[in-house]
Design a protein around this ligand. Structure first.
Ligand SMILES: [Zn+2]
Length: 279
């Protein structure tokens, strides 16, 4: 069972809103890099992604990866790092037992090396799609190879597509997933389109209800609520815009079927604020 979920953010980037949603404004908006701390009753602390960290800047020093923070300017202070915020909550790095990685974009994995005891959980094909990328190909995939710790694979629990099984009908239209710890507390589902092998997570909590972390399957609550696609320019960044559309539609259906689920996109300031208020 999950005792508590903390929604936190480690830095943010800015870009024009219109890129993220059809009909959005041209002004530069802030997109927080949200990460999530999960306190599991029996297993202790688990992270979902990490947000930015100082390692992001070191990993993007050399050309052409140096273009990454130029395309999406990043704002980050050391006290905002995942590890600093956890320390503030009285949690030490070694207490983080698992880190679920939604996908391998730099703004989701920058803090991986801060947690030397953690096991990394992700879909095998997500890592396979980026692990040999360098230079411009890495840049296009939003991947900074230096963010991957040297013992990464050794500490990994790689989920395979064959692990996907039927899940409870309460998650419809999501029908297959992985019951991560076989206690129904964390259900992993694939959210294809934005990045290869991207995953989302259903969290069943005692007091905060059902929470669905959808990573970058939608950049804002508004986009899945009103079923609005991002600007076509994002097609060059996406793994598959067709699959993105299908995934967004499924989230939209879930939102309509079950209005009590809290659906959290990783870069939505409104959802971040609403969670702190409501849950
Ligand atoms: Zn992403």
């Amino acid at each position: 069972m999950i005792e508590k979920v903390y929604i936190l953010k480690a830095g943010y980037c800015t870009h024009p809103e219109i890129i993220t949603i059809k009909g959005g404004s041209f002004c530069n908006c802030e997109f927080p890099a949200i990460f999530v701390l999960i306190k599991h009753k029996n297993l202790g602390y688990i992270l979902f992604d990490t947000g930015y960290s100082k390692e992001f800047f070191e990993a993007s020093e050399e050309f052409p990866l140096s273009l990454y923070p130029k395309i999406t300017p990043v704002f980050f202070k050391q006290e905002e790092s995942a590890i600093a915020q956890l320390n503030n909550l009285g949690i030490q790095a070694e207490e983080i037992k698992y880190i679920i990685i939604s996908h391998f974009h730099g703004d989701h994995i920058s803090g991986l090396s801060s947690f030397s005891e953690a096991k990394y959980i992700y879909l095998e094909k997500a890592y396979n799609s980026v692990k040999y990328l360098q230079g411009f190909r890495a840049l296009k995939a939003g991947f900074l190879p230096k963010l991957i710790p040297i013992d990464f694979v050794l500490r990994s629990i790689q989920l395979k597509e064959t692990n996907l099984q039927s899940i409870s009908t309460e998650y419809k239209p999501f029908e297959i997933g992985i019951d991560l710890f076989e206690d129904q507390s964390i259900i992993i589902v694939e959210l294809p389109g934005h990045a290869k092998g991207q995953i989302g997570v259903f969290l069943k909590t005692q007091e905060q209800g059902l929470i669905f972390l959808i990573a970058d399957a939608s950049w804002s609550s508004k986009a899945f609520e009103e079923l609005k696609m991002p600007h076509p320019i994002t097609n060059i960044l996406f793994d598959s815009s067709q699959e993105y559309k299908q995934t967004l539609f499924k989230i939209h259906q879930l939102f309509q079927n079950k209005p009590n689920i809290f659906i959290l996109p990783s870069h939505c300031n409104q959802a971040f604020k609403r969670f702190q208020k409501e849950r």
